[in-house]
Design a protein around this ligand. Structure first.
Ligand SMILES: Cc1ncc(C[n+]2csc(CCOP(=O)(O)OP(=O)(O)O)c2C)c(N)n1
Length: 637
């Protein structure tokens, strides 16, 4: 007979107290199954969540939430936490329109005490909570869960360095699965490998000690002797942990899937009145044979439209590998994911030029660079989750005569802006930045939007910003960028149509894709195709609008702007931009400088777009072809 489900009886962490001693392990299995079945339908982060089930459940058993504070890093492993905190219903629509976020979010639940989506923030935030507690006489405990991948991010070290001198409770739970999205990189990973090895030594020692204890008299002496030399031998093997040298207590490593022991040790660790690191070993993808075998492939599972509600998404895709999403354009244009073509274009460039190098920040698959890594391993560099380091390292390489191409997502590039200004642009170094997922980003929600890069970069002198709107143009400007002796940003969305028009010879020249009357629509990037479809809709209504492709955002094409000002009555800019920023802001200024009224922006975004589908986003922003046509027609009247 099947036992009744435990999970549905857990509506808040308080219900965990009602479980018998054996039930938490059954609950862990139910959580794991719920995550597998849901994520296969909704898409989401599979492997990371499966590895963190026991870890999260143990934290819930050991802490008193929401009084105590549990802070996640990246947050992509928070599904168990969401299922235990009253969100089982919303979980069925995870990451979809109207569903819950795939990341912790303060506005979603009192149990999400700190939101996240970008890596390496948890220890800093936890230090903040602990300092606030100590300052205000609070009594709560603070714990951060951080992966070994997120620990490669620089902010983690700044926080560890600060926290090491604290003399109050702060628990850092290191979720070590030896993986970032891909294999983890760097010196700290080597150190963790040594610490992991100490676990094998510990368990061997425990076995020997247990055996000796059972031999009367001689055994206990020998065991004492063993205890005596323990510290020396441990030092020899582990050579002191990095965390201890910073002032932390270090516990572990322990098995992250042995729930009873994990809970016991975590409870103990939380009694420490000093900053403490608990090193927990987990297996990414645990419980799903495919995800265990290929955790990098199953890090994120893309939403594939299931054929029926019963059929799960068949082919899981990496975080960023999902099927192409061109929004409205998909029905009319042949669309594809950009990253594949970016990878191939870079390989071609490297075939031609020996000085070409490719850099990524922990996302070789997500940015399409894995093909480059295979062909040119000695010219490929993974900086870890360290976008700022990737940028300044590229500056150093460029200063030494190499032509580096740095491929990162637009949203993660945000944290490297000072380094772009100070190390690259100021020194006029020819580094090319390839910003993937620029513009609106589906499903991951507010933390992952790529809408801010133009706003953040447009004021930087010397920097060129190119925004191709089809894959043919994208690969061409990558090739062209090698001839440009200046820092260049090439920004592009996850997916684009293959070809909208023949490429212009000059990457800086704006091109008229469709002739029109005295109306003009200027666009770039993912929005371009909807502007074209809108012009066709208008044509059917007897209204002719010119459609201009603004391939270069900085510099703008001054000749094209002068011509448009002279010949057009109304000008519209169609782009995915925050209000008062982007090409719209640049053109408002340029038009005013020439004595013309500012063009009208369609699509300006107020606030942080949530986890919409592309279509829902276009509807909310007024960027569907119909909405664009409507607005232009209205202006024409
Ligand atoms: C600043 C930043 N850069 C890149 C990413 C993309 N990213 C999401 S998860 C991840 C790997 C995280 O590895 P780890 O912390 O070990 O967690 P695991 O998935 O292994 O549990 C990366 C690189 C990000 N979220 N934030």
């Amino acid at each position: 007979m099947n036992e009744p489900e435990l999970l549905h009886t857990i509506q808040s962490p308080k219900d965990l107290a009602k479980l018998s001693a054996e039930q938490p392990e059954r609950l862990a299995e139910e959580l794991r199954q719920r995550i597998i079945t849901t994520v296969r339908h909704t898409g989401g982060h599979l492997a990371s969540n499966l590895g963190a089930v026991e870890l999260t459940l143990a934290a819930h058993l050991a802490l008193n939430l929401p009084h105590d504070k549990l802070i996640f890093d990246v947050g992509h492993q928070c599904y168990t936490h969401k299922l235990l905190t009253g969100r089982q219903e919303g979980f069925a629509k995870l990451r979809g329109d109207g569903g819950i976020s795939g990341f912790p979010k303060m506005s979603e639940s009192e149990y999400d005490c700190f939101g996240t989506g970008h890596a390496s923030t948890s220890i800093s935030a936890a230090v903040g909570f602990a300092k606030a507690r100590d300052m205000t006489g609070g009594k709560y405990k603070v714990a951060a869960i951080i992966g070994d991948g997120a620990l490669t991010g620089g902010l983690s070290y700044e926080a560890l360095n600060d926290a090491g001198r604290m003399k109050s409770q702060l628990l850092v739970i290191l979720n070590d699965n030896q993986m970032s999205i891909d294999r983890n990189v760097g010196g700290l990973d080597k150190h963790l490998t040594r610490l992991r090895a100490s676990r094998r030594w510990h368990s061997a020692k425990r076995r020997v000690k247990g055996g000796l204890d059972r031999i009367p008299v001689v055994g206990s002496h020998l065991a004492d002797f063993l205890e005596l030399i323990k510290r020396k031998v441990r030092q020899f093997i582990v050579n002191g942990s990095f965390f201890e040298s910073l002032g932390f207590r270090y516990l572990g490593p322990i098995d992250g899937h042995d729930l009873p022991n994990l809970t016991r040790v975590m409870r103990g660790a939380l009694t420490s009145q000093y900053p403490t690191v608990l090193h927990v070993l987990t297996r990414k993808g645990k419980g799903d044979p495919d995800a265990e075998r290929e955790p990098e492939k199953y890090h994120g599972v893309s939403l594939h439209p299931a054929k029926s509600d019963e059929s799960p998404a068949s082919e899981p895709k990496n975080d960023s590998r999902g099927g192409s999403v061109c929004g409205s354009a998909e029905q009319e244009f042949d669309c594809a994911d950009c990253k594949r073509y970016v990878g191939e274009a870079l390989v071609k460039l490297a075939d031609k030029h020996k000085n070409v190098a490719a850099i990524t920040a922990a996302m070789p698959i997500g940015t399409g660079l894995s093909v480059f890594r295979e062909k040119y391993p000695e010219r490929f560099f993974d900086a870890g989750i360290a976008e700022a380091h990737a940028v300044t390292m590229a500056a150093g390489m460029a200063a030494a005569g190499v032509r580096p191409y740095v491929a990162v997502y637009s949203t993660f590039f945000q944290r490297a802006v000072d380094f772009v200004i100070h190390d690259v642009a100021l020194q006029k170094l020819p580094v090319t930045f390839l910003l993937d997922h620029a513009g609106f980003v589906e499903h991951d929600g507010a933390t992952h939007q790529g809408i801010f890069d133009i706003a953040l970069l447009q004021s930087i002198p010397e920097l060129i910003i190119l925004a191709p709107s089809d894959i043919s143009e994208l690969t061409r400007v990558i090739e062209e960028s090698h001839n440009i002796n200046a820092p260049v940003v090439i920004r592009y969305p996850k997916a684009l149509p293959m070809k909208l028009d023949d490429d212009s010879a000059d990457p800086f020249a704006w091109k008229t894709l469709r002739e029109g009357g005295n109306l003009c629509v200027i666009s770039h990037g993912a929005a371009m195709v909807n502007a074209l479809i809108a012009a066709r809709i208008l044509d059917a209504r007897g209204i002719q609008a010119e459609v201009v492709r603004a391939s270069s955002i900085k510099p703008i094409d001054a000749d094209a702007v002068n011509r448009i000002i002279k010949s057009k009555k109304s000008v519209y800019i169609v782009e995915e931009t925050p209000r008062l920023a982007g090409l719209s802001a640049i053109l408002a200024h340029e038009f005013a400088a020439r004595g013309a009224g500012a063009p009208t922006t369609l699509g300006a975004i107020d606030g942080f777009p949530e986890q919409y589908t592309r279509r829902a986003f276009e509807e909310a922003a007024g960027l569907t072809p119909e909405a664009i046509a409507e607005a232009v027609e209205h202006g024409a009247r």
